[in-house]
Design a protein around this ligand. Structure first.
Ligand code: AMP
Length: 280
């Protein structure tokens, strides 16, 4: 595995690399969720590139940029073990040189859910940095997690709209034994909070079960999940039903529906989602 920190070196290293090239963008603090993306890339691509960049612009004021877990040496080891060929780990100055002035904004998908909670510029920052990574690495395939469902939709739409010739693959959410989605931010949880956090996937399962059992009213289906969270002492920022493609709110369930939740537990702000299917 080769590690580079400049755009010129990344391009140089990839000039004659075997195709297809697969890219897995990460912010580091690698866990089994990242590993599943890397394994998929390794299985499908001749060259695997992982980017490691804690993108400062996508963190709002008062968010956890300074505290975000960083373990460069451990990440480098994990990337090597996962069979990564090239690790691209730029610093902020390399990605945002003096005079940087361009923003990519995916209207419609950037505003609801995480956009409403974190502010609409969050997904502008995500779309902009991923557009840069896709231009730098020029992969045939890029891998993202369903864990960040809205992010994956924003990126797929951005790539389509800007004619970026990279296939965007979305991989299933990797979970702990009790259902908690793997996340770098789980490291913030103490033992009691970790136990409480399992209410999040439990609430999603309750909503999915209600929908499977025939609940068609979006508000009532969501209320079942809210009850589960509150019973466990968790007050979410949102628990919402949305169209899995457009993210428009779902008042009446007629087909597959994205159930998305965000909640603060201690210092950790956790998000999760699943696709619920009504019985046919
Ligand atoms: P991050 O380092 O948190 O920016 O995540 C890098 C990539 O890994 C993103 O595409 C995430 O959606 C994905 N990812 C994060 N957690 C999980 C998980 N539990 N299961 C699957 N993919 C994940």
């Amino acid at each position: 595995m080769r590690t580079v920190s400049t755009i010129a070196d990344a391009r140089g290293a990839l000039a004659d690399a075997p195709r297809p090239v697969g890219l897995v963008p990460t912010m580091g603090a690698l866990h089994d969720g990242h590993r599943s993306l890397l394994a998929r890339a390794r299985a499908e691509c001749a060259t695997v590139v992982m980017s490691l960049f804690v993108n400062p612009t996508q963190f709002g004021a008062g968010e956890d940029l300074a505290a975000y877990p960083r373990d460069g040496a451990g990440d480098e080891r994990a990337a090597r073990e996962a069979g990564v060929d090239l690790l691209f780990a730029p610093d902020a100055g390399e990605m945002y040189p003096q005079g940087f002035a361009t923003t990519v904004s995916v209207a419609g998908l950037r505003e609801p859910l995480e956009g409403a909670a974190r502010g609409p510029t969050h997904f502008d920052a995500v779309a902009t940095v991923v557009a840069k990574l896709l231009n730098i690495i020029a992969p045939q395939v890029a891998y993202f997690g369903q864990k960040d469902a809205q992010q994956a939709l924003v990126i797929a739409r951005m790539a389509r709209d800007l004619d970026i010739p990279t296939l965007i693959e979305v991989c299933p959410t990797v979970r702990e034994g009790d259902g908690l989605a793997r996340s770098s931010r789980n490291a913030y949880l103490d033992a009691a909070q970790r136990e409480q956090a399992s209410a999040i996937p439990a609430a999603l399962r309750v909503v999915a079960a209600a929908i499977r059992a025939g609940e068609r009213d979006g508000t009532l289906a969501a209320a079942a999940g809210l009850d589960e969270l509150r019973r466990r002492g968790v007050e979410p920022e949102y628990l919402a039903l949305a169209d899995p493609q457009t993210l428009e709110p779902v008042a009446h369930v007629t087909g597959p529906v994205l159930v998305a939740v965000a909640a603060r537990i201690g210092r950790a702000r956790l998000i999760d989602n699943l696709i619920a299917q009504p019985a046919t």
